[in-house]
Design a protein around this ligand. Structure first.
Ligand code: ATP
Ligand code: MG
Ligand code: MG
Length: 534
């Protein structure tokens, strides 16, 4: 039903696939095992899975693995894990490299039928000729000659290495993608699945339509920047008398100040500019997850983008806002105060002895249970809060009650060094202007490292010919030492909490006897301290 509105209960795109027959639709997600999945890939994967489900069809995850220069087993395994992380269950996992013999046979057929030829034109010259619409001098060479050269390519001989096979489509078509594209080239590097069995590999432009057709794909989803290459895709199917496949376009996802290309992400990993593929600053599935993005929110966000064909540069605000809505109802509350400049406040009429009281972990969600809050006569208050206090003012100690400021001691620089407060628990917290975070000054408070991050890239929208290395943010990692309530000791890696007045955080390293590390989770709203919106 094309006019159905999107419901909050789940994905419901307004656009379906053309000629989709219920029970017969086959889609595929074709990652190259040359890096970990990023959120752009996640969009492709989720869309393919969505249509397969919608039409009660089949989803293939197919490794597009015919370039040994970029691919390896680590990436292959990581992608399968990432697909599972996204909650996607493919009906089958396949490998283009399993079709090497079949693809090879089809290349021979293409040469025999005069639709492909061997060419040893230098790369630069070939590029210039294609650009200017000049035919290769080998375009009309006899099939026997090309076949003999293709055999040399199979051996990886010196002669073979100089050559490639090109499809004979056109040398002057206004669509330059159609100007005799390369369909086979040599590569002597061992392949992670087939070893050194093959020395010549099909290009994506050749292998993809073949394998789509052989695997029964009915609808091939491709991003719009492949548009110029779609006629080539259809040409290939026709040239080899293969079953027709629908190409359905969707838009590539881009984000401000973000690299979404495996090649560039690989470079950052290889140059040690990030901690690894799961770096919390990375737009990989693992990176955003480690930063506190939930898989539910990721799915929701991508689905809310729908099948639009407009290429937008998205800003991260709504990405994280989607997440906030999901984490907020279940994030237990904790308290922490910044270590630097911490002020000890004595409550002159405070409790004689330290005591604890059970409090809800989340006032609006009692199902999360209780935590113990420690009360004591001496409490710790952040310098920022302490400096703002005025003598005799009535303020509210968060979740305790009101107090009068009795005495403020400052050093020469004006920094507050000590406070005396008098509890006034009958006071109305609605009437005070200042709400002060405090923590009992007892031995069991926990040292915590709050880590916040900035974008890796300084420029909103990198252009094609921009060198990203010139736009790297000099400092992207920021640490704040705080003391936190001792209930944080029970938190496990990946737990998400809200620290009062500081925001949402995910535990990256749980309490180890000395401290605990939290990463700040952007909430799509706060402008962070570096001046950039999260
Ligand atoms: P990258 O440059 O990041 O490696 P790619 O297209 O070369 O991207 P593949 O592994 O070949 O990477 O892509 C697998 C699928 O994901 C393809 O269908 C591709 O079109 C899609 N895809 C890749 N990047 C994006 C993106 N930013 N937005 C939407 N889909 C994407
Ligand atoms: Mg690719
Ligand atoms: Mg790419």
């Amino acid at each position: 039903n094309a006019s159905k509105k999107q419901k909050s209960s789940g994905p419901n795109y307004e656009i379906g696939l053309p000629d989709a027959i219920d029970g017969k639709v086959v889609t595929r997600f074709p990652p190259e095992p040359s890096g970990y999945l990023h959120i752009g890939h996640a969009k492709a994967a989720l869309l393919n899975e969505y249509f397969a489900k919608k039409y009660h069809g089949k989803l293939i995850v197919r490794f597009d693995d015919t370039n040994p220069s970029k691919e390896n087993v680590e990436f292959q395994d990581a992608i399968l894990e990432d697909v599972a992380l996204l909650g996607i269950k493919p009906d089958v996992v396949t490998y283009t490299s399993d079709y090497m013999d079949h693809i090879h046979d089809l290349c021979i057929e293409m040469i025999k039928s005069g639709q492909a030829y061997a060419d040893d034109t230098e790369v630069e010259q070939m590029r210039a000729e294609r650009n200017e619409g000049i035919p290769s001098r080998y375009r009309e060479r006899p099939a026997e000659e090309s076949l003999a050269i293709f055999a040399e390519m199979d051996k990886g001989s010196d002669l073979g290495l100089k050559n490639c096979i090109r499809a004979k489509i056109s040398y002057e078509n206004p669509n330059k993608a159609l100007r005799d594209p390369v369909i086979y080239r040599c590569n002597l590097l061992p392949h992670h699945r087939t070893g050194t069995k093959y020395k010549a590999y099909p290009t994506y432009d050749f292998a993809c339509p073949i394998v789509d057709s052989l695997e029964g794909v009915t609808h091939a989803l491709r991003t719009t920047e492949y548009r110029d290459r779609n006629p080539m895709y259809q040409w290939m199917l026709k040239a080899m008398n293969l079953r027709k496949v629908h190409v359905w376009e969707f838009s590539r996802m881009n984000f401000v100040r973000t690299l979404l290309s495996k090649r560039k992400l690989t470079a950052l990993v290889d140059h040690g500019l990030v901690w690894g593929w799961d770096d919390p600053r990375f737009p990989t599935v693992r990176g955003v997850r480690r930063r506190g993005m939930t898989i539910d929110a990721l799915q929701q966000y991508i689905i809310s983008q729908g099948p639009s064909k407009n290429i937008l540069t998205l800003d991260w605000t709504s990405f994280w806002a989607t997440n906030k809505k999901i984490i907020d109802p279940n994030a237990p509350r904790h308290t922490a105060v910044a270590e630097e400049g911490l002020v000890k406040a004595t409550l002159t009429n405070g409790p004689e002895a330290v005591y604890t009281k059970e409090r809800l972990k989340h006032k609006k969600n009692p199902s999360l249970g209780n935590r113990n809050v420690v009360y004591s006569r001496d409490v710790l208050i952040e310098q920022a809060d302490a400096s703002a206090l005025k003598k005799d003012e009535e303020v509210t100690l968060m979740d305790w009650g009101n107090a009068f400021v009795k005495e403020i001691t400052r050093d020469e620089s004006g920094k507050v060094t000590a406070l005396k407060l008098e509890l006034h628990l009958e006071g109305d917290f609605k009437k005070t202007e200042k709400k002060v975070t405090w923590l009992a000054d007892t031995h069991d408070k926990v040292l915590a490292d709050l880590v916040d991050f900035d974008y890796l890239i300084t420029k909103d929208k990198l252009e094609e010919d921009d060198d990203y290395k010139e736009f790297l943010t000099p400092q992207t990692e920021f640490h704040t030492s705080v003391f936190a309530d001792n209930a944080v000791k029970d938190l496990k890696k990946g737990d998400i909490v809200q620290i009062e007045r500081k925001g949402y955080f995910i535990v990256d390293t749980p309490f180890d006897g000395n401290g605990i590390t939290f990463f700040n989770i952007p909430d799509g709203k706060t402008v962070n301290r570096y001046g950039s919106k999260n």
